[in-house]
Design a protein around this ligand. Structure first.
Ligand SMILES: *Cc1c(COP(=O)(O)O)cnc(C)c1O
Length: 330
């Protein structure tokens, strides 16, 4: 078990700051009225490739040795991490392969190909894709960059915490997305090193919350993965989890679980009140405030983590429709 330190996060910041956007933190008048305290929204959905995953991926790519750069990087993520890794690798002139199953929707494949990655379609499940990744790591020496359980990735995501505290020096509560836990581990490590009394609250969806179930069990466990509006928050934490389980256990003060309808309300609020197009996984801090889960005693910050929402789903949500992806999947 190893944890990422504030020194690691400061070093990451120095390494990546030329390559990422320093996203703005904007006060929200509508949420201030609800929370009774100043609320700041970090516009990380404006990050390159549309999510904070750029930070961790860039920090990993920038630390490759010459020999590793020559062999290239590889991953099996079809979402924001895959896009970020492809972008970071191309910028650094490093070859990037993303393996995915034949069942991945065409728009996702194209989004990753557009960032310059080589796509390998293998098998019919995420496990098949991961096997191909393992084979290329073993046989061709490619370097796997995992989406969250990696010290370089966690330190990169933690740079977001340093920016938050510079923009909101009197921050009392940070609302941070919780899935694999790379983001919240890095952000909590940064915030608590600088200001130990900040409360860090993890927010996730009730449908398939693997870290929450693991914390309750006292060890990493797997849960059934179900369709959700917050698809970026889905997936397991890995039964052999090395970093994020212990960091979340030690650094996160509370976890809030949200229903699909609460997540939908966050997407609507982001659009109609803040004029922002944000994906389901990106709005959960807003959802938690809207639905009264947070009773802050000082300034609050929430992170809008990503923008990659299916625009047809977005259109239906903001038009007031109830969208249940569980129903539509069958
Ligand atoms: C990956 C992701 C998250 C969750 O981050 P973890 O490090 O897995 O906890 C939240 N929001 C968006 C948009 C993401 O892409």
């Amino acid at each position: 078990m190893s944890q990422v330190s504030i020194e690691d996060i400061e070093a990451a910041r120095h390494r990546i700051e030329r390559h990422i956007r320093r996203t703005p933190c904007e006060p929200s008048a509508s949420l201030r009225g609800l929370a009774g305290q100043p609320v700041h929204l970090k516009f990380e959905h404006h990050q390159f490739t549309g999510s904070f995953k750029m930070r961790g991926a860039t920090n990993a790519v920038e630390q490759l040795s010459q020999a590793e750069r020559a062999r290239g990087v590889i991953g099996a993520s079809t979402g924001n991490h895959g896009r970020a890794l492809a972008f970071a690798a191309r910028r650094a002139g490093v070859h990037c392969v993303i393996c995915m199953s034949a069942l991945v929707p065409k728009n996702k494949v194209e989004a990753i190909a557009a960032e310059g990655a080589e796509i390998r379609i293998v098998g019919r499940s995420q496990d098949d894709a991961q096997e191909e990744v393992d084979r290329l790591v073993k046989e061709e020496g490619m370097v796997m960059v995992p989406p969250f359980d990696d010290a370089r990735v966690i330190a990169g995501q933690g740079t977001l915490g340093l920016e938050l505290l510079e923009d909101v020096p009197d921050l009392a509560v940070a609302l941070v997305q919780l899935s694999g836990g790379g983001l919240i581990s890095g952000v909590a490590a940064a915030l608590k090193a600088r200001k130990p009394d900040i409360r860090v609250v993890g927010i996730t969806m009730a449908r398939g919350a693997a870290m929450h179930a693991s914390l309750a069990a006292g060890k990493p466990v797997s849960v059934e993965e179900l369709p959700t509006l917050a698809d970026s928050l889905g997936g397991g934490i890995g039964l052999g989890n090395r970093h994020t389980f212990s960091m979340v256990r030690d650094l996160v003060d509370d976890v809030v679980l949200l229903s699909e309808e609460e997540i939908a309300d966050g997407v609507r609020h982001a659009y109609w009140r803040e004029r922002q197009v944000v994906e389901g996984g990106g709005v959960v801090g807003i959802s938690a405030l809207l639905h009264g889960y947070i009773r802050p005693e000082g300034p609050v910050a929430a992170i809008l983590t990503g923008a990659s929402i299916d625009m047809n789903v977005h259109h239906r949500l903001i038009s007031g429709e109830n969208v249940d992806l569980m129903q539509e999947a069958f």
